[in-house]
Design a protein around this ligand. Structure first.
Ligand SMILES: [Mg+2]
Length: 271
């Protein structure tokens, strides 16, 4: 039987866009946890936020924070030594992204060079972040503990293409999530997925990889797996920027679509 590894986005994919509930995905997630199919969250969230969600989702394996900035692996999860990994408590960390200060400095430089006005989250007051993100006050500290990539808003979304171009020229990458942009250097979700896939193949040489997301910031993830799925956004549409034919569109929103995609995987492999 094939061994599957699922790389999944969280916000708007496994977690509902507004309520963050994963109730509708639970029937499929339960099957996967019981059958020890690895589910690896790959998110824009910080490591502190990811640890909270890993517990709620009953997941105990690796995860990826901040759009591929950091890979976190429980010690002893993979056999052998892991190049570039640094031990922190009972975890190994691989840092792919340059630090947050470099990302913030990059945002200032790119914004001024492109003549495009931006609002970086690092420059906002706490109440402004709460209002913009809909986070609760108790969630703020973990959400602001950013280490690799800086979320920001554009004053005029039509200027996105110009900003992307100038960022790229300066060696930074900018991705768009659901309404919020992120800037970083040296990392993307796809690179993190490729590194983890190599490591999973130490455990299961025949591992087949599945990727699932909802937005443009998942494109590199979806391009780095054997089978890619795109769920509908909260308004029932698909992100038009994810137009690749190799990415299969599932007919459900967020966690509901997630369940449908995973059930298709189960059917194909006869789980
Ligand atoms: Mg998402």
């Amino acid at each position: 039987m094939s061994k599957f590894v699922v790389f999944t986005d969280l916000d708007g994919t496994l977690l509902d866009h507004k309520s963050c509930s994963f109730r509708r995905a639970l029937p499929a997630l339960d099957v996967m946890v019981r059958r020890q199919i690895a589910v690896v969250p790959v998110s824009s969230k910080t490591a502190a936020e990811m640890r909270y969600w890993m517990k709620l989702l009953s997941l105990h394996g690796p995860f990826v924070s901040e759009d591929g900035g950091g890979i976190f692996i429980p010690e002893g999860y993979f056999p052998g030594s892991i190049p570039g990994a640094v031990k922190e408590n009972s975890e190994l960390r691989i840092s792919l992204g340059a630090g947050i200060m470099e990302a913030r400095e990059g945002l200032r430089k790119v914004s001024s060079e492109a003549g495009v006005a931006v609002t970086g989250f690092g420059d906002l007051k706490e109440d402004e972040v709460l209002e913009l993100t809909g986070l609760k006050a108790a969630e703020l500290e973990a959400s602001m503990a950013r280490e690799y990539d800086e979320p920001f808003l554009l004053v005029d979304n039509d200027s996105a293409a110009l900003l992307f171009e100038v960022a790229q020229k300066n060696g930074f990458s900018v991705v768009r999530g659901d309404g919020i942009f992120h800037i970083s250097r040296g990392c993307d979700k796809g690179r993190a997925v490729e590194i983890l896939t190599e490591l999973f193949r130490r455990l299961y040489p025949e591992a087949v990889t599945i990727g699932i997301g909802d937005c443009a910031n998942d494109i590199s993830l979806l391009h780095s797996v054997d089978h890619a799925y795109l769920v509908m956004r909260h308004d029932g549409t698909y992100d038009p920027e994810v137009s690749d034919e190799s990415v299969k569109k599932v007919g459900g929103i967020g966690p509901h679509g997630w369940r449908m995609a995973m059930e298709e995987v189960f059917n194909v492999v006869g789980y």
